[in-house]
Design a protein around this ligand. Sequence first.
Ligand SMILES: [Zn+2]
Ligand SMILES: [Zn+2]
Length: 217
Amino acid sequence: MITDYKRYFENIPDCPKCGQQLSCCEAPPIHVGDGLGWGSEVLYICLNDDCPIFVNGWKQIAERYGHNSSYRHMQIPGSREKNVMMVGSEDAFKGSVIRLDVVEAQNVRFQKEKAALAALDSAVENQDLASVLLLVLDEAAGIDGRKKAISLLTAINDLACIDPIRNHRFRDTSLETECNLAIAQILKANYKKECPYCSELVKLQAKICMHCQKELG
Ligand SMILES: [Zn+2]
Ligand SMILES: [Zn+2]
């Protein structure tokens, strides 16, 4: 899913029309002209709004074709061929600029998810709460892996899972519900309850919270 983007950032050419460095953009899925793929997941495009071919393109296209578009200079990585992309607005392609730091961060996250998934099968016998929690709390991780991780919480039976889960905001509330059920079971198995006033764990039979001194019902 994430391929090696780094090489695209090594020799980004400058725009021959304005001299500004081209931007690395995600290639649109289909070559609009002939229905073929670009042969590249990345295109170098000049997104300088003062670039002469962009500035002059509006008038040229209006005169020639009668519609409201302009051109951006474009090159396919690894090819010397100079091209243009027709764009219908100033913002076209600005949302598909690839930032290397973002891609690398995604890559690191993805590798961690992969390692945690691989660790799940033996997470209970290894008491590997770290791998389980990594998936439970990673909003970008796949839903199946997260559900599987949550299903292991009770068997791992580690009270240390409670705080990080309580402090996490789940985008998917069904996952949160499953976590709450698991936490309830873990508390019960460890003869603990959460103080309703300060959220600290106290003994199941405690009448007064040892952390906030409030009376417990
Ligand atoms: Zn340019
Ligand atoms: Zn308390």
